[in-house]
Design a protein around this ligand. Sequence first.
Ligand code: F0G
Length: 458
Amino acid sequence: MRTIIEPFRIKMTEPLKITTREERERALAAARHNVFLLDADDCCIDLLTDSGTGAMSTHQWAAMMLGDESYAGSRSWKRFEASVRAITGMAHVLPTHQGRAAEGILAECLVREGHVIPNNSHFDTTRANIEYRRGIALNLPCAEAFDTEHIAPFKGNMDVDALRRCIAEHGRDAIPFAMMTVTNNTGGGQPVSMANLREVKEVLAAHGIPLIIDACRFAENAYFIHEREPGYRGRSLLEIAQEMFALADGATMSAKKDGLANIGGFLACRNPEWAERFRSLLILREGFPTYGGLAGRDLEAIAVGLMEALEYDYQVYRHATVEYLATRLGGLGIPMVMPAGGHAVFLDARRMLPSIPPLAYPGIGVVNALYLAGGIRAVELGSVMFGHFDGEGREQPSPLELVRLAFPRRVYTQSHFDYIVEVMEEVWRDRARIPGYRIAWQPAMLRHFTCHFEPLAR
Ligand code: F0G
């Protein structure tokens, strides 16, 4: 087979700053050893997130010039709404400035104290929005999700028996809706199968519980279904996405991922009563319902981007880049979540640094070592991001200590990935020197973004 090439060429460049180790040591210390507090200019290769960091196409930039900035009823809104409707089949579309704004509106309208919201795995902002309403955000991932070495095609699936038990335990009235996150970001960017979505929908429908899809990476999920689930080879990614959304009553979306845009999102639903409640809050928090939190040009970029994300050749290339890095790192013996996810490679920091206990944050050790060795910025998805405090105030670790190398869309080329492999090789070779960390200061919520760390003596 021939090399899978980027199905685009580059006509605008953005310089990267190459730094020395001494400069990076100074920058990381000034950032209190938390890479979220670094200046982006000091990060040579920024794999912090795939959210809003992608490169737009010529078609998107051209569409932006057609942006209609009318307050109400703009052409750009019509195009945005048509794109979202074509994919989701949902009558009511509410534009928001990003995914968490859609989650906030959903939670504020539907979640009350003591409500339980099951999900294959909540992302941090979804969890925080539900907990802010004093609801309980429950993760029900399938059993394979916890075994990072186990190879299975759809490790993002929900444990359907656990969902049945959850409904039996809490009762239908305590569950205003359930969610399915596609792909399952927290669980390693792993996909959800159509069969699992269908089964979850059947269980929920039997109890009259609505299903909301957290659709950030719906196109990557559709690609995995196309490649891995029997019966989907002959179907277009758009058709697969339509079939996924046909099972849902609503969707929250961050267009910063599979909208291939730098900002934006939406909340969509079928139920007109929900839509009316959502819309009132949208006006209060985001803006008039035909622009939400967005400029007309943003609506245009998203309308085009959502469809580009469903182009098969683009997904083939995107997945090839993730596979390439995973295969090279696997060749070095570096432990990671297998198989590789849709938008990222997830290193298994617990297995990389077995002598560092979870509450000394091995994931932060790996993240900071990567930065110091090569200016690569990754993110911890472990006990700092997902740990919690029990009733007695004792810190409880996360079941997994992962480090995510997220791939901005259409941004880095193969030589960048070769450089990442070289830096990783060095980090892996010198891993005995990587320290654990303690938290010197933390805020009450979403601590990973702003907390301060101190390295522990080795
Ligand atoms: N849901 C999932 C599964 C996400 O991954 C994100 C964002 C959101 C919701 C919230 O969307 O950022 O537009 O408000 N994830 C980014 C990440 C931040 O790095 O994984 P948002």
